[in-house]
Design a protein around this ligand. Sequence first.
Ligand code: ATP
Length: 659
Amino acid sequence: MPARSIEQVRNLCKRRGFVFPGSAAYGGLGSFWDYGPLGTEMLNNVKRAWWRDVVYKRDDVEGLDAAILMSRKVWQHSGHEATFSDPLVDNKKTGKRYRLDHLLRAQNQAVLTSIIAQVRAIVGDYLDHLLGSLRYEIARNDPSLGFEYELLAHASGPGAELVTLLPTVSLSRAGMELLADFCAREVLDLSDEYRIAVLATAQVVDPAVDEPGAWTAPRHFNLMFESHVGPVESEPGTEEELASRVYLRPETAQGIFMNFAHVQRSMARKVPFGIAQIGKAFRNEITPGNFIFRTREFEQMEIEFFIKPPQFVREGEKNDAQWHDEWIKQRYEWWTGLGIDSARLRQREQSADELAHYSKRTVDLEYLFPEFGWGEVEGIANRTDYDLTAHSRDIPAEDLARLKLEPNTDSVEKFDYFDPDVKARYIPWVIEPSAGATRAMLAFLCEAYHEELTKDPPAAEVDAIKAEIPAVIKNAQKKQKDAEKESDPAQRKHDPAAIEAFCAALEEAATRLPQSLLEIDALLAEHPGAQNLEPVKKLQPKVNKLAEDCARVVLKLHPALAPIKLAVFPLKKNKPELVDIARRIAQTYQPHFRTVYDDSAGIGRLYRRQDEIGTPWCVTVDFQTLEDNTVTVRERDSMQQQRINLEQLRDHFFTRLHV
Ligand code: ATP
């Protein structure tokens, strides 16, 4: 079974040098992570596997590495400067911060009704035509409405009637969401003063404490990090400041669009062809978290695949929908080919209201992460001709209107292409498969993480542990009660909440013994609630010994992703003849892939250490090697050992390394 919690993976990553918290000596910096020796190897392997699949294995994709900093105009014309933002609001009482639309979606109908009534009172009948459309939209989209449907859909008179109708109807989730999103948009259109007053009068509740908050004025918060090229002393927003302002790119895609014509001409490419790029992206996320799932600095792997617009597609050629389907299939197979079980990878169609206005269709690939569930790992979008048109000058008015774009008078380029097949000039359409490299690493780690028994532990020892657990829990609960009696938290010897969580986790894990041996071992050793409890100190060595003898953590990573491919051990480190051969084998493979030599423990322990970091093969040199030139090759997942002649080792590894 894959990882049960993100915590298991995070612990392993820290313990074994995959990922460390960034700036740790100074208390860390919100959700920035450093990739350690093994994490760097693995992340490089993820990127290499992607590059091999989308560039090397194809005839129609070129690679690119564009600069992270680009002209601010790129982000103005891509739409990021105006719209790549979240509306945020803070509760001054609790310090909690929310996205306004998320906060309003968590309110009841009375609160939203109050907001609408207030906004109508402030804005006046200017709002009525919008309220009329909202009334109709709610009626159309809320399937639970009965007689109320007629009321809403066919109400005559101005839209303001919605304000009087709302208290008489009961909306379900779909209707409430429409209402909440409308409220969010309208509140953001008011001045700061009114924004504060409307939320206060409506008594908008903070879901964290279930009582009305003291809300600040909601503001748009752009997710792009800003910086400046050259020294700047002017105030933000002045002409001088704006002229030198740059953004850390929030996606790699725009660098590809900027280079469409360069790559097409320099590589003499004909449409259809694609450009692939891997690189850092930065987003000042409001709620980063879940380890490396959502971070403010991350890496993306993106392809922009340029195709003919539908009107130029000839018989026998793929149209945009077919190219889109093909990329969805290809990308899905990449993930499963590298070990993701299809039970935990799904394709999710974005709904009409999620779709960006220029996207014809977007399918997200989602992985079923432990604890927080399905999360996007890649989005595959049909972006039509929006992007290249947005960055082009001299676009006809009807195309600007179709794509809801303003004329671009800053660009000196027109990103069109003369297609010799159809003898016409056009702006290509784009299919965009966009994946996160760091997020992919988390998905692969969660999928690969296994705790398993290597042999059946003696029943008597398991029973002895089972018998001791109730006493540990009883003692812990007593300590919890004692701690609760002490009213000053600073004087408490134990944290009662941590003990309670520890007891619950231990009780649950005990029902799964002996499979849960390693989990219990970790609980006793690391859980904050377990620290300093005497019975825990007594039980832990027993659990630890049994876990060492009979269980292992193993990362069942595809060999292409494993940070270390091969570990070589001499059976005895004090036998120079064995050590020499083992070192020589390691040196043979070091130039080709990450290979390590190790003689720092007994073979059993060395195997376990390599299992935990996903090394697919361990080679042991023993006395038989001296006689017949064979070594023991131990395979990680099956733990099977076979003797292979040194001459055949190379083939054994190389044929298994790639997808
Ligand atoms: P989300 O909905 O999770 O915020 P998104 O739809 O904004 O993601 P895209 O803009 O489509 O993401 O980016 C493409 C890919 O980049 C995502 O599928 C994800 O793998 C990765 N990605 C996006 N934001 C982050 C982040 N903050 N941290 C790590 N990876 C990210």
